[in-house]
Design a protein around this ligand. Structure first.
Ligand SMILES: Nc1ncnc2c1ncn2[C@@H]1O[C@H](COP(=O)(O)OP(=O)(O)OP(=O)(O)O)[C@@H](O)[C@H]1O
Ligand SMILES: Cc1ncsc1CCO
Ligand SMILES: [Mg+2]
Length: 264
């Protein structure tokens, strides 16, 4: 774990370019900004090349795409590959909607990604493992979650960050489990989307070590959620406010003091 990268991120203030979903776009922008990165969102294909050129990492969220947006995502992915800019993909609800899965699989052929960040329902779908996803939520299943994450990592030659009560990060061989977090994350729509863009921010300062970027982002975000939940938190409203405050305030030493993770 490279918790020192949180300080590096705050010093470097990397630009994270996002194609977001319309539900959580503001959470994503404010989450990145509070942590110390510089968010920029795009909805126009004509600006793609210029946008990629000013960015340090790219987060592509499949939460509310249209045909027009898919063309934009494809172009951004290809331009980012050409510019050697890391891409983090969030395959929202591919476990629940077959059209989304088909679209995500096509995009994963059109360009390559550094990290896929999804919940168990989404990763199971990409692995073709049996699972009952529920809309945007993970749902339930008894497939071996570590195995399915490894399968997807090998299939797409990328890092998988599978989030949930425990987050699993794998490159197909190495696996880290992060046990930090709070149940309150599950009642804040967009927790996962925020994490995806934050993985982008860590990828931007990682000099190409995307496994380290993904596991450090997972630990930082989950631990910050834990700190937010401890602070007079009575429900989703106060949690959202506290989460934003802790993204801004939390120091790497505080995270280190509560860090709970293991290499499997
Ligand atoms: N039951 C839980 N207990 C503790 N932490 C959790 C729990 N569920 C999720 N988390 C944490 O919530 C964060 C977001 O992950 P989650 O799996 O909820 O994403 P998601 O399902 O894509 O969310 P969304 O669709 O709302 O964006 C991660 O940091 C994860 O560790
Ligand atoms: C609720 C919802 N629907 C599509 S995207 C989204 C936000 C979580 O990704
Ligand atoms: Mg999600």
């Amino acid at each position: 774990m490279k918790l020192a990268w949180l300080d590096k991120l705050r010093e470097q203030n990397p630009v994270v370019l996002n194609i977001s979903n319309f539900v959580t776009v503001q959470d994503v922008a404010n989450g990145l900004n509070a942590l110390g990165a510089s968010p920029i969102m795009s909805e126009e294909i004509a600006e793609t090349k210029e946008m990629v050129a000013i960015s340090d990492a790219i987060a592509l969220n499949l939460g509310s795409f249209t045909q027009t947006q898919i063309a934009h995502i494809k172009k951004m992915g290809q331009e980012a590959n050409f510019a050697h800019n890391p891409i983090v993909l969030d395959p929202v609800a591919v476990g629940a909607i077959s059209y989304r899965k088909q679209t995500a699989l096509q995009l994963l052929q059109d360009f390559s990604v550094a990290v896929i960040r999804g919940n168990a329902g989404e990763i199971a779908a990409l692995a073709n493992f049996s699972w009952q996803a529920k809309g945007i939520d993970a749902g339930f299943g008894d497939s071996n979650v570590v195995e399915m994450a490894k399968v997807v990592a090998k299939k797409f030659h990328c890092i998988i960050l599978m989030s949930g009560k425990t987050d699993y990060i794998t490159d197909g061989n190495r696996v880290t489990a992060v046990h930090n977090g709070t149940k309150l994350f599950a009642i804040h729509v967009g927790s996962g989307d925020m994490l995806t863009s934050i993985v982008g921010a860590f990828a931007a300062v990682s000099k190409g070590d995307y496994f380290e970027a993904a596991q450090t982002a997972a630990l930082v975000f989950a631990a910050i959620g834990e700190l937010a939940a401890k602070d007079k938190c009575i429900g989703p409203g106060s949690f959202t406010v506290n989460l934003l405050d802790q993204l801004f305030l939390a120091e790497s030493q505080q995270i280190s003091a509560i860090a709970d993770y293991e290499e499997l």
